[in-house]
Design a protein around this ligand. Sequence first.
Ligand SMILES: CO[C@@H]1O[C@H](CNc2nc3cc4c(=O)[nH]c(N)nc4cc3[nH]2)[C@@H](O)[C@H]1O
Ligand SMILES: [Zn+2]
Length: 370
Amino acid sequence: MFKFELLKTSKDSKARLGKITTNHGEIETPIFMPVGTRATVKTMTPEELKDIGAQIILSNTYHLFLRPGTEIIEKAGGLHKFMNWDKPILTDSGGFQVFSLSDNRKITEEGVHFRSHIDGSKMFISPEKSIDIQNILGSDIIMAFDECAPYPASHEYIDHSMRRTLRWAERCKNHHKNVDNQTLFGIIQGGMYKDLREISAKEMVDMDFKGYSIGGLSVGEPIDLMTEILDYTTDFMPENKPRYLMGVGSPDYLFEAVERGVDMADCVLPTRIARNGTVLTHQGRIPIKNAIYKDDFSRLDDECDCYTCRNYSKAYIRHLFNVDEILGMRLATIHNLYFLIDMMKNIRESIKGDYFLEYKKDFYKKYGYK
Ligand SMILES: CO[C@@H]1O[C@H](CNc2nc3cc4c(=O)[nH]c(N)nc4cc3[nH]2)[C@@H](O)[C@H]1O
Ligand SMILES: [Zn+2]
């Protein structure tokens, strides 16, 4: 089962409100999706994820294919059972990870030959293989197998790569059988070239996927280039299908994406920086390990009412990081994820009440964005 309802579009921007319905529950959009690459959102239990308001999480084909392998997950009855998460799961197709994690990979029309980044053994993933793995994982939303082209790259390279990704998308669509339980998204590529983005978007739309990702962004390009390409691309995307911007997860990137008509986004940023002691607050990021917090008994963020902020002080969390206690990473992760999930809830409210751009302006001012 998969349904997307467009509930409202803003008058003064492309920001919009929507609702996705899947076999494992509903997803209000715009939404930020926590990343659980290896069948866990690092340091979090499913109960804690539900407690902070997570509606859907990501996992990853490449990583799970390598470890524990599809056989184990198949025996477990699929990823939902294996990780005890009964809400929606979205899996990425492995394209991005093959290019970002493994070296001496070889891209052919058939698929990608690469060496496992774990033990160097020879591996191969094709569009069909990626669909088969995602089918065993049993995720609700699955991604077509694509090449996330490097940045920067020549127009010629991107043209060649984008057209191969289109052929791979066709093969994914033809190979995908479990259409009632798993919804396949096409991924629009085209690098930072508007002419190639237009070709990719139009051809993907002609293939009639139930939703579309915008790939090839958040790969190191400056934010204003990302927003320019994104703004151009969403204009070629159907109104009545979800738009998913891959790999975006800091507050400004999320606001800019929503303003340009994006419904879904994911990123490891909030969980990754939390483990390193960087905390998101309404006044910007704070390095909690810093000695200035040694005897600061206030909560991480005085506007936050997450479990961490209700029960612990900066001084205590700084202490935990200072003595390498795992609880520090957990409390910072709970807070950072809650911060973004709560920000997206406020963004949905602001679209509903027609004050999204005002909310964005206030948020940026307090956060210290220009
Ligand atoms: C800014 O943070 C860094 O950058 C990554 C996020 N940026 C990102 N861009 C992506 C593009 C694609 C794509 O084109 N195709 C597929 N299949 N998946 C993708 C996943 C992506 N993730 C984080 O991992 C982090 O290292
Ligand atoms: Zn908090």
